[in-house]
Ligand binder design. Structure first.
Ligand code: NAG
Ligand code: NAG
Length: 500
């Protein structure tokens, strides 16, 4: 009996571990794009397989110089393997529909399998541009999937979402199965209309999910996918302030075990006031914002607002005092904004902006080191960032008006973090403890050396009315001058004649 239940427990544990390691990530990609699998840190070599009917096909083994010769020529051409230590990975270029499927990566060290990971790749004919979710007045939203095929015979729509902390792409709804969400607890807060093209979300769903995807299928073939992110999706809420500023770190919680972790210790409602900062007693019970009446050096660092269902993080950077200047331009013109960061070594320069109608939200535009532009359209294709920190916006429209801000950060560890940050695999493989120490490390070393704001105003070209009035005034002046000269001459003439 005891033996049996022990074996049962072992089997159950084995089953659990099997289930946990077999969790499959969904990866969406467009035809012609690339797919990367791998990046095992510390492994000797990796092996990648693809599931095929009746088994698995070996795609590559990083410890062998050549790809398996069982692969079709087309795949041989498109697959490449990186065997650089620390960057073991397999890449498939120029993706095609037939690349859709399940891939498995094994990491081997000292002849032992140290981890494996499965991803399900869906290659779609088209990738729609990513969109920002616009909240309605109740903080809910309606997201529209822009595909002309929805509703045609044989098509279906799948909606996926991502939920922290794992950020796994999870199926929310599949119209080929049901018009109701797959998870019981989401019924009532997630709905679809118009054959699945319109996803209607309640505020509670948006608070928990970070990304949404709509994927349109015709039978098994993926026609298109599109990504939607909530407006407040900035992974780190970086707050750049100057000495003496009043700062409000916003947070709403469910009230359960709520507290703030701050560089000066833990703060909860019971210990409301600590000389330096306090939690606001807002009109709404769920408001749990932290107020720092006057920022000083010791406030630099990481803040998090926690409760049973909340985890909002802020990084507060104390910057030297800044002044703001105004820049005027006209629609259709180009404007260049300079960032005077003094070209200090190893500094990281970022541009942000906030629009007139969303005063407390800064959007991240981009960063000069990798000169990548993060901000979405309609600005993305019109901005450029030079290595000297100049942000140039062309074809200005009135919608570009707002406050543009550059900040310069310095600290050697910051650069290293950026390198790791690019490979999400790193996050998967390390324990959360490691992550925490990394974060603290970064906070201590990063300093803000400059914050500079520019208020961009886009005014219509010299108004035609002004031009006409100006012209008239000019004309009147010219006439007056001519008249004066003529009169003076006449007078002179008269005088002369009288003399004569
Ligand atoms: C990968 O290569 C290593 C070293 O050459 C070898 O020991 C291992 O069996 C290979 N694995 C597969 C699945 O081919
Ligand atoms: C919090 O919200 C207020 C009011 O909307 C805003 O003024 C403030 O800047 C916000 N704080 C942060 C850190 O975003």
């Amino acid at each position: 009996m005891t033996f049996l239940s022990f074996t049962g427990l072992l089997l159950f544990l084995l089953f659990l571990s099997q289930v946990c390691s077999e969790q499959t990530d969904i990866v969406l990609s467009g035809e012609g794009q690339e797919f990367v699998m791998g990046y095992c840190f510390g492994a000797d070599y990796i092996v990648i397989y693809k599931s095929i009917p009746g088994g698995e096909q070996l795609l590559g083994n990083s410890s062998q110089a050549h790809l398996p010769n069982t692969l079709p020529a087309d795949q041989q051409r498109r697959i490449s393997m990186s065997n650089e230590t620390n960057l073991l990975g397999l890449m498939i270029n120029d993706l095609k529909e037939l690349d859709s499927g399940t891939y498995k990566r094994e990491c081997w060290q000292n002849q032992k399998l140290i981890s494996n990971h499965t991803e399900h790749l869906i290659v779609c004919k088209e990738e729609g541009s990513s969109k920002e979710i616009i909240l309605n007045k109740d903080d809910g939203a309606e997201i529209r999937c822009n595909s002309p095929s929805i509703g045609l015979a044989g098509t279906s729509v799948r909606w996926y979402h991502e939920i922290p902390p794992q950020y796994k792409t999870t199926l929310l709804l599949d119209t080929s199965v049901s018009m109701e969400p797959l998870m019981e607890d989401l019924r009532g807060v997630v709905k679809v209309r118009e054959n699945g093209a319109l996803l209607v979300l309640d505020k509670t769903v948006l608070e928990k999910s970070t990304q949404f995807y709509c994927v349109v299928f015709k039978g098994k073939m993926c026609l298109s996918f599109q990504n939607y992110s909530p407006p407040d999706n900035s992974e780190s809420r970086d707050v750049y302030v100057s000495k003496g500023d009043r700062v409000v770190l916003n947070c709403t919680t469910d009230g359960n075990q709520q507290h703030w972790d701050t560089p000066l210790g833990k703060i909860n409602s019971n210990s409301m006031k600590n000389n330096q900062m306090y939690v606001s007693a807002g009109d709404k019970p769920e408001t749990f914002s932290l107020i720092i009446p006057a920022v000083s050096d010791e406030h630099n660092g990481k803040y998090s607002c926690n409760s049973a269902s909340t985890d909002i993080e802020y990084s507060l950077y104390l910057c030297p005092k800044s002044t703001s200047q105004e820049k005027l331009s006209h629609p259709g013109q180009q404007i260049s904004l300079e960032c005077d960061f003094g070209h200090e070594n190893r500094s990281m320069v970022q541009w942000h902006r906030h629009m007139i109608n969303t005063p407390d939200q800064y959007e991240f535009i981009g960063e000069i080191d990798d000169s990548s532009i993060i901000i979405a359209e309609p600005l993305k294709s019109r901005v450029s960032l030079s290595s000297s920190g100049v942000l140039t916006i062309s074809y200005l429209t009135e919608k570009d008006e707002g406050v543009y801000r550059c900040v310069a950060l310095t600290g050697p560890e910051f650069v290293d973090y950026g390198d790791y940050g690019d490979t999400d695999e790193y996050e998967d493989e390390t324990t959360s403890e490691d992550d925490a120490t990394d974060d603290e490390f970064i906070d201590v070393t990063v300093r803000c050396i400059l914050k500079q704001e520019m208020i961009v105003k886009v005014v219509n070209r010299p108004n035609t009315l002004y031009a006409v009035v100006g012209g008239l005034v000019g004309l009147v002046l010219v006439v007056a001058v001519i008249a004066a000269v003529v009169i003076a001459k006449r007078r002179k003439g008269k005088q002369n004649s009288s003399i004569l």
